[in-house]
Design a protein around this ligand. Sequence first.
Ligand SMILES: *Cc1c(COP(=O)(O)O)cnc(C)c1O
Length: 371
Amino acid sequence: MRAGLPEPHKYEPTLPGPVFAAHYHLPGDPTGPYTYGRDENPTWTHLERAIGELESPGDPAQTVVFASGMAAISAVALSQLRAGDAVVFPDDGYQALPLLHEQLTAYGVEVRTAPTGGDAQRKVLAGAKLLWIETPSNPGLDVCDIRALVREAHSGGALVAVDNTLATPLGQRPLALGADFSVASDTKGMTGHGDVLLGHVSTGDPALATAVRRWRKVVGAIPGPMEAWLAHRSLATLQLRHDRQCATALTLAHALRERPEVSGVRYPGLPDDPSHAVASRQMRRYGSVVSFTLPDREQAERFLDGLRLVDDATSFGGVRSTAERRGRWGGDAVPEGFVRFSVGAEDPEDLVADVLRSLDALGFTGNGAAD
Ligand SMILES: *Cc1c(COP(=O)(O)O)cnc(C)c1O
């Protein structure tokens, strides 16, 4: 709520407005922090402090904000990996990871992949420089044991980065679990209104932070001051939004379980979900995304069409619910009827009623076909 706010000064605003500056007054030697707008900006500084406090309360991590989640992910990968290094990615992670995979391969980096579930990445760790974890994975919602993977990776000399987008720091704190980097797309739950693209990297290691900051300067993947300010403003409601969204996600998951046309409901917060045991040891909240499968593509499309409170749209973590048939993108190993549902902050009863009404309209007869 108060994360990253400056000390109170009489007649000053609580959260200073965005600073639009390409350069700053700079007579004499350039010793201060604010010299040129690609290097530093006071609006970023407030946001970086806020996110650092959330990622690592009491011992704030250094945080570097970026223009998008992919800019943050690329900054870690490309600032740390050199030709001849090996990196381990999940094979069921975010959609753009395969593009990064291709790019790293072209630079002479060996990219190995394994599934998130069952901590399968540990089997391909030998000699790697960096382990990339995404848990819960997107969109499959498998979970791996961060502590166990960190232990194994560190014993072999590998750094560990966790994509914490889905959980947010309120759901899970990768740095406290031993990871070297916590990385996220703040486009999703962190900002939560579907109107900003942003990303961040947090790390407890000043040398790693310097390398990531240097990469931002080299590539120039910097956030606009307006986006950074909107993000900081949105953080004031992060806990409210996230608590509501996570609670409704669990309610929705239970409701979907009761439906004959719905199979494969996944939500790490369901006590008998395959991810729950590991998730409950490292997560404090289980996120706002629920996934499930309808019998086929046509029924999934009709279900999405029939929803009134839910936009058929990609992305997740926003205050307005969205859902999509994930198979339309290709690339994810999911059935044609697979739906990724991002639970928003609507009235829970209204939202569940909307979902059940749209399922009812499919006219499922229980024999595997709609009539
Ligand atoms: C959306 C997303 C990204 C990419 O973030 P952008 O802000 O779209 O660049 C990375 N990882 C995960 C898990 C995501 O959901």
